[in-house]
Design a protein around this ligand. Structure first.
Ligand code: 5GP
Length: 123
């Protein structure tokens, strides 16, 4: 699948659509999710045209992979989530209901987050 440059996060990266920014560096942009599913729900996206984690780790320069992952950690730290705890999640493809085809890592926190996955898959 080819990257769609008209996806909503590409537009946010280009400044065509506003976002509630929490962090930015040369590798990544982080902003609050428009429809939060936890008291803290932030999205971190790499600066580049990557659809998923598989695509990103296969195609992105090592400096960008490192910089992006460091940004995820920095955002969790900046938001005060490290000590109380938080969850990161990246949906990819149809089975995971990925809505926006630009790699994004969700950061959830601010309260106990409940089980990791749907109970259907546990005993
Ligand atoms: P996905 O299901 O692709 O992992 O998650 C996409 C996320 O992007 C959803 O949590 C959704 O609420 C968020 N989202 C969709 N459109 C926008 C937008 O225009 N601005 C922001 N800040 N978040 C968005």
């Amino acid at each position: 699948m080819a990257y769609d440059p008209n996806n909503i996060f590409a537009k946010i990266l280009r400044g065509e659509i506003p976002c509630n920014k929490v962090y930015e560096d040369e590798f990544a942009l982080a902003f609050h999710d428009i429809n939060p599913q936890a008291p803290v729900h932030v999205l971190v996206i790499p600066k580049g045209e990557y659809i998923s984690m598989a695509d990103f780790t296969k195609s992105a320069p090592a400096e960008l992979v490192t910089g992006f992952m460091r940004a995820v950690g920095a955002v969790a730290d900046q938001l005060g989530l490290v000590e109380p705890g938080y969850r990161t999640l990246a949906n990819a493809g149809d089975n995971a209901h990925q809505e926006v085809p630009h790699l994004h890592i969700h950061i959830f926190g601010g309260a106990p987050l409940g089980p990791m996955l749907d109970k259907r898959f546990s005993g």
